[in-house]
Design a protein around this ligand. Structure first.
Ligand SMILES: [Zn+2]
Length: 439
């Protein structure tokens, strides 16, 4: 058994009084955060520019200072109505944000540069707060400290049963507002027997795409749901409508509300769909190979950025990682420099260049012509095979033309026939279903 951390998310259906209490807590959280940030900034300024040592005030010291400060104040009448942990958790978030900034600046943190934490503004920053302590989940409600029992819009029976069995422990609750809907995300530790393997022995390569959500090396193409595509079209329309309205006008505020509400709907849809996909993958395959997409690098390009963000690559990887652990599948992330798109899955030749607009992969050596994403997925599946992985490991920094991947050219496809190569590769089974597009 091992404890797996997970978040259970439910939409809330609070009454008017509860809505006010939720808003008050979100306001208190913002207040405490800003209070802490102001002091952290003052402390940094007082040390002078030449003192470059990194100092992050700990959440605990800030909380102690806060408690002392609060006693000397009688100006915050609403504070007693708010759970004490809200401030503590806000200081924790702040400390995390400061640490991330310093680590990013010191080069100790991969990924994009993290900005110095900024003050939260009412109406502009996301309303949210975190509670710890006595939190209870019921079939159709959740009990939160200070706020009471708030009805859920969803059924939680399944989880209530598991909490009863003592295999699930709630550690904290984060409440946030998306448009005009409040949601709660319960952080839970789930005790799970982690299987050694889910019994499915095959390897599958997954190429995440823009046109299709994902292409699998067995030839399956998973489209984003229609509702999501429609939703995105509507999102663009609402966004344009919002931009056209005069700043500060009542119409603009109304358009902003509509836009935010629709945005939340689309986000839910996308998450749902990704969950279906990742569960299916983790349950039915022994080994799943995905690309190490440098999402940050790709987000720089603007048109791609939107499509990428919509496809939710980061979320896909995150879900797949924990679900693979649950279902006993192995998640393999191919090397970032592995040219999965440029390599011919038939003969292993690597093309020097491949335009993004080229939807078909055409091999100049063996004549293989194949859907670009499918070609990449097959290469990924091949990468996972121990033999191939081993050879890749020998030349970890190799990239480009000298990287041999996939099946060997022996018995490969004949030039110009447009016939799929015989499955000489280690993952042969699924590949037999691959159909080449006639040249
Ligand atoms: Zn080829």
């Amino acid at each position: 058994m091992a404890a797996v951390r997970q978040a259970l998310r439910f939409a809330l259906d609070p009454n008017g009084q509860q809505r006010r209490a939720l808003a008050r807590h979100a306001g208190a959280s913002r207040y405490a955060y800003n209070w802490g940030l102001e002091r952290a900034k003052a402390a940094l300024a007082a040390r002078g520019a030449e003192d470059r040592t990194v100092a992050v005030p700990s959440a605990m010291s800030q909380h102690q200072e806060w408690n002392r400060w609060k006693k000397g104040q009688d100006g915050i009448p609403w504070w007693p109505e708010v759970s004490k942990c809200v401030a503590q958790e806000a200081f924790r978030d702040l400390a995390r944000g400061l640490r991330a900034f310093w680590e990013s600046r010191g080069g100790k943190r991969p990924g994009p540069r993290i900005r110095f934490p900024r003050f939260k503004q009412k109406g502009r920053s996301r309303d949210s707060f975190r509670l710890t302590g006595s939190i209870h989940l019921h079939a159709s409600a959740v009990t939160l400290p200070r706020i009471g029992t708030v009805p859920l819009l969803e059924d939680a029976t399944r989880w209530v049963e598991r909490i009863g069995e003592d295999s699930v422990r709630i550690t904290s609750a984060t409440v946030s507002r998306e448009a005009d809907r409040w949601c709660v995300s319960l952080a839970v530790a789930v005790e799970r027997a982690i299987p050694l393997s889910n019994g499915a022995g095959d390897t599958i390569g997954v190429d995440l795409g823009l046109l299709a959500l994902a292409t699998l090396s067995d030839g399956t193409v998973i489209q984003g749901p229609k509702a999501l595509r429609r939703g995105l079209r509507k999102l663009r329309r609402l966004s344009r409508a919002h931009a056209r309205k005069h700043r500060g006008s009542r119409n603009r505020a109304k358009a902003a509300r509509q836009l935010a509400r629709h945005h939340a709907t689309v986000a839910h849809l996308r998450r749902d769909h990704l969950h279906q996909l990742t569960t299916r993958l983790a349950k039915t395959h022994g080994r799943i190979v995905v690309e190490d997409l440098n999402v940050q690098g790709m987000l720089g390009r603007r048109t791609l950025a939107r499509a990428l963000a919509d496809a939710g690559f980061g979320e896909f990887r995150r879900q797949l990682a924990y679900k693979c652990a649950w279902y006993g599948a192995e998640l393999v992330v191919a090397d970032r420099w592995f040219p999965s798109s440029k390599t011919c899955s038939g003969c292993g030749a690597v093309r020097a260049e491949l335009q993004l607009a080229e939807r078909l992969y055409r091999c100049q050596r063996c004549g293989l012509t194949l859907n670009r994403d499918l070609n990449a997925a097959i290469n990924l599946a091949g990468w996972a095979h121990p033999a191939v992985t081993a050879s890749a490991a020998e030349t970890p920094t190799a990239c480009g033309a000298d990287r041999k991947t996939g099946p060997s050219p022996a018995g490969g496809c004949e030039a110009g026939t447009g016939v799929a190569p015989e499955p000489t590769g280690p993952t042969g089974g699924p590949q037999t279903r691959v159909a080449c597009v006639p040249v």
